[in-house]
Design a protein around this ligand. Structure first.
Ligand SMILES: Cc1cc2nc3c(=O)[nH]c(=O)nc-3n(C[C@H](O)[C@H](O)[C@H](O)COP(=O)(O)O)c2cc1C
Length: 244
């Protein structure tokens, strides 16, 4: 049962139809990497951020900060990052560490499968580094989404608050589904936090955690058919004391 469900693609309408509305919003979320130009009203974004704000946080500290961009501000930011990215401009770094220096199993294999799966979906073969670079650059265009968000957290907050921020971000993405919207969380943006800071006047004591594209996913874009599989529950949960 576990394995069967985990292998079902989350965009499988039959599978989604078996779920209650909350579960359906969760399971129908995926990282959309191509968006329609259809605009999103500010009031819709405010709504989903308000709903996301119901996320729990240790002692209710609510450590999230969100910079929502659209129009010319978003475009200028994208252009500036793309320029730095393509010219290989030096002096950019993430400013925080997402991954370990050395990947190890089972994470190494999952990460590899994810990368290979994405490129296969796009028809990008092994060694086609220029095409891979172009795909990475798509991040900085917010995958053509009409709204680009930048998420930050105060530098003096600890790992617990980062956990709280993750819950908030998941709420944003799930609430977006409730409005028929799609998202893609993007750590790629933190690599260019210096440019982002100057464009959005982000104070030095905030860490740029990630960006997020928001809009209506393009249903005809092949990249949006990519659904990395999930491990079955039995691989990460132990049930203790349930028998007898
Ligand atoms: C914090 C965070 C940062 C991510 N950064 C990127 C990114 O920079 N670019 C990208 O294309 N996907 C990014 N992703 C998406 C992951 O690759 C994706 O969540 C994972 O492969 C599972 O696929 P799904 O979201 O479609 O279910 C990120 C996800 C998270 C949670």
């Amino acid at each position: 049962m576990d394995t069967e469900i985990s292998k079902i693609m989350a965009n499988d309408e039959k599978y989604l139809a078996t779920l209650n509305p909350v579960d359906r919003a969760i399971a129908s979320r995926f990282s959309a990497r191509a968006f329609l130009k259809t605009p999103v009203e500010q009031s819709e974004i405010e709504h989903l951020l308000e709903v996301a704000g119901w996320a729990p946080s240790g002692t209710n500290m609510q450590p999230w900060q969100v910079y929502v961009t659209s129009g010319v501000v978003q475009k200028n930011l994208s252009d500036a990052i793309c320029k730095a990215f393509f010219s290989g401009e030096k002096g950019h770094d993430r400013g925080w560490k997402y991954y370990p220096d050395e990947f190890f199993e089972p994470y190494k294999g999952r990460r590899r499968a994810c990368g290979i799966g994405l490129y296969q979906t796009l028809g990008i073969g092994k060694g086609e580094t220029e095409k891979m670079k172009q795909q990475r650059a798509r991040n900085y265009k917010f995958f053509d989404a009409p709204v680009g968000m930048i998420i930050t957290i105060h530098q003096d907050l600890e790992v617990g608050s980062w956990m709280d921020l993750g819950m908030f971000l998941q709420n944003v993405m799930v609430s977006a589904r409730g409005q028929g919207l799609h998202t893609c969380p993007q750590a790629a943006f933190s690599d260019y936090h210096k440019i982002i800071r100057s464009h959005l006047n982000i104070p030095d004591d905030e860490i740029v955690v990630c960006g997020m594209s928001l809009g209506y996913g393009d249903p005809d874009a092949v990249v949006n058919s990519f659904r990395p599989e999930r491990e079955p529950v039995s691989s990460y949960a132990r049930f203790i004391g349930f028998e007898g």
